[in-house]
Design a protein around this ligand. Structure first.
Ligand code: MLT
Ligand code: MN
Ligand code: ZN
Length: 306
């Protein structure tokens, strides 16, 4: 099983078009040692080495596919190696790319929970819009930890866990999240039983996710914000990390503490990194702390092979 990080930034990307924070300005002017990043998505390839599942369809999907020749299908005049699309939530940064795949020659096979399906059918009716183009063949995900297989992606077993987080502003449960608004995915290579956990949006650690993380060869987890008050402190927004559905890295109970308790041989990788996060500055003390702790920051094009 292979995982390729297509986009490692949170919503807005890095740099974000209208942002003049230290990071965005620095990377734009090349005065900061930092690498631009596109919005949050990974792809998973099964045993046959040919067909892929796309996890989240970011607004940057076209650039991400151009940078990933392995995802180009070449059997027929118009083709793609993406056999299925899996969504971890219904937010814009994970779903705007669906519209950009409308030229597909067959209905898009989209796996998501009932809650995400409802948001993409009503508040932000992407599925209805796509019905006028290629159409959608929606497949349900029940986020209870039970195993399922995705046809076309061979040799991979999947599990989904409901995680604490926020649904999008157009969700009817924006202010009172329900199970299924946000999920974590566990991908298991059937032949070796080794697993990778993918959880780009988690506002609090919970027992079932923690169990899955402890058994994983690699975890790709929420790296959105360094501190809970990151955006208010920069005068950018009033909301704190946890209010936006993201557990910060620093502080008591933060992601660094959890990652520090994982077995020594597991890879710890932060994904969905917001452009305000100081870890994007490769010369920052926060980045040095990650290095000391053996925690990696995902970059676009990073591949993990089990
Ligand atoms: C989030 O996860 O909070 C999102 O990145 C928000 C967005 O896409 O606007
Ligand atoms: Mn997001
Ligand atoms: Zn910024």
């Amino acid at each position: 099983m292979k995982v390729r990080v297509l986009g490692s930034a949170a919503g807005g990307g890095f740099p974000q078009w209208n942002c003049n924070c230290r990071n965005c300005t620095g990377v734009r002017r090349r005065t900061l040692r930092a690498t631009p990043r596109t919005q949050s998505s990974i792809a998973v390839c099964g045993r046959d080495g040919r067909s892929w599942a796309l996890i989240n369809a970011s607004p940057d999907i076209l650039a991400q596919l151009r940078a990933s020749p392995a995802l180009q299908g070449t059997a027929v005049p118009r083709d793609s190696a993406i056999g299925a699309i899996v969504l971890v939530d219904g937010q814009i940064d994970h779903t705007a790319g669906l519209l950009l795949l409308r030229e597909s020659g067959r209905p898009l096979a989209i796996w998501c929970t009932d809650e995400v399906c409802a948001d993409l059918s009503h508040g932000y009716p992407v599925f209805g819009v796509l019905a006028h183009y290629c159409g959608v063949e929606r497949r349900g995900i029940v986020p209870d930890g039970s195993r399922f297989a995705i046809p076309g992606v061979t040799g991979v077993l999947w599990r989904a866990l409901a995680v604490a987080g926020k649904p999008a502003p157009y969700s009817p449960h924006r202010d009172a999240p329900v199970r299924g608004d946000n999920i974590a995915l566990i991908m298991e290579e059937e032949s070796s039983a080794r697993t990778i956990v993918y959880a780009p949006g988690v506002s609090a650690m919970q027992e079932d996710l923690w169990q899955a993380m402890q058994g994983a060869s690699a975890v790709l987890v929420d790296g959105t914000f360094w501190s809970d008050d990151e955006m208010p402190a920069l005068g950018i927004a009033h909301k704190r990390a946890r209010d936006l559905g993201h557990l910060p890295q620093s502080g008591a109970g933060g992601m660094l503490e959890w990652l520090g308790r994982l077995p020594a041989d597991s890879r710890r990788i932060l994904v969905h990194v917001n452009n305000t996060n100081p870890i994007l500055d490769e010369d920052s003390p926060q980045r040095a702390e990650l290095d000391r702790r053996g925690i990696e920051v995902a970059w676009d094009g990073l591949e993990i092979e089990l």
